[in-house]
Design a protein around this ligand. Structure first.
Ligand code: SF4
Length: 328
């Protein structure tokens, strides 16, 4: 496990390279502009490294001797994941290996040369798995129906098998904070479950540990990072499938909330790490049926929302009523 305080990065060369100065106002301004952009980019890189390091540490995602299979789709998230993990590996106090894996699903016009060229230049070990899941999906799913669920199931199975064949101990996926929150609401709104994408889990086949090191990273930062790093993005609509409409709506809902109530999305995200089973309704998680009063006062009891605008002002509540019973 490695600690986030080891992740401070040196200033990138763009910020420190000497810039030729001239005496005109406009050139002074443009030098300042370049320095400002370099400074912002450096801050972004540091933030991503810090957040990924934090998630890795919090969930003990990577251990000494691990071989991490990084699933690379050609989208901005997985490029960033690989890039940041490679940076962190250089400064981690433990040893772990990285192997990048791409599944070429034989979608029409998939530019198969892009990833091998990029990965060779990067100097990272990689494997391209060729499996024509596209034809299977087209054959099995009637025209006009959503193909994503079968496609992802096939992809998952193949990637887990490849991980076993490559001797990988962990499978790293590029899902980020926005994915986690959208999935949370999708499950709640359409599945009737309080459930999201965990930062670490056991794979369906029980053979792998899957990790999501970008769990704390915001999508907008990944979008900017991809521009800064000029990742050779491969379009994700080659299969012809439409974007998931429900996920799009949830994304829009979260964006609106954040615009109207800045900080709300942060609070929602924080709530995923602060669950109180005794104050929900899942009888499998909390022993409601056997609950007995033990006579011990709880300083952290139910007082959190006593001062809600809709609640009776505390000054008007007679003292004889213990406050911690008011929101029950
Ligand atoms: S968008 Fe296309 S490639 Fe992606 S999961 Fe759906 S069907 Fe598969």
């Amino acid at each position: 496990m490695f600690a986030p305080n080891l992740l401070d990065l040196p200033t990138p060369s763009a910020a420190t390279e000497p810039v030729t100065m001239t005496t005109t106002n406009s050139s002074v301004n443009s030098v300042k502009q370049i320095e400002k952009i370099a400074h912002e980019n450096n801050k972004l890189h540091k933030r991503l490294c810090r957040q990924v390091g934090q998630a890795i540490g919090d969930f003990n995602m990577i251990e000494d001797g691990d071989k991490i299979m990084v699933c690379l789709s050609g989208g901005k998230d997985s490029y960033a994941l690989l890039d940041i993990l490679m940076t962190l590996r250089e400064r981690a106090p433990i040893n772990f290996d990285i192997i990048a894996v791409n599944l070429d699903q034989k979608q029409p016009n998939f530019p198969a040369h892009i990833l091998p060229e990029y990965l060779t230049k990067l100097g990272v070990a990689f494997h391209i798995e060729n499996q024509d899941t596209y034809s299977i999906v087209k054959r099995v799913i009637p025209e006009g129906k959503t193909t994503c669920s079968l496609c992802s199931r096939l992809r998952r199975g193949i990637l887990y098998r490849v991980a076993t064949e490559l001797g990988a101990t962990k499978v790293a996926l590029g899902h980020h904070r926005d994915d986690i929150m959208e999935t949370f609401f999708l499950n709640m709104f359409f599945g009737g479950k309080l459930k999201s994408m965990p930062p670490k889990l056991q794979s369906d086949d029980g053979k792998q540990i899957v990790i999501r090191p970008l769990a704390y990273v915001e999508e907008k930062d990944l979008t900017r990072y991809a521009e800064v790093k000029q990742f050779p993005i491969i379009p994700c609509d080659l299969c012809g499938s439409q974007e998931n409409l429900q996920r799009k709506q949830i994304k829009g809902m979260l964006r609106e909330w954040e615009k109207k109530h800045p900080g709300r999305v942060d609070n929602i995200f924080a709530s995923l790490s602060t669950v109180a089973p005794s104050h929900l309704m899942d009888r499998k998680l909390f022993g409601f049926t056997d609950l007995k009063a033990d006579g011990v006062a709880d300083a952290n009891g139910d007082i959190a929302f006593d001062d809600e605008p809709c609640a009776t002002p505390t000054s008007t509540i007679p003292n004889i009523i213990p406050l911690r019973t008011m929101d029950e």
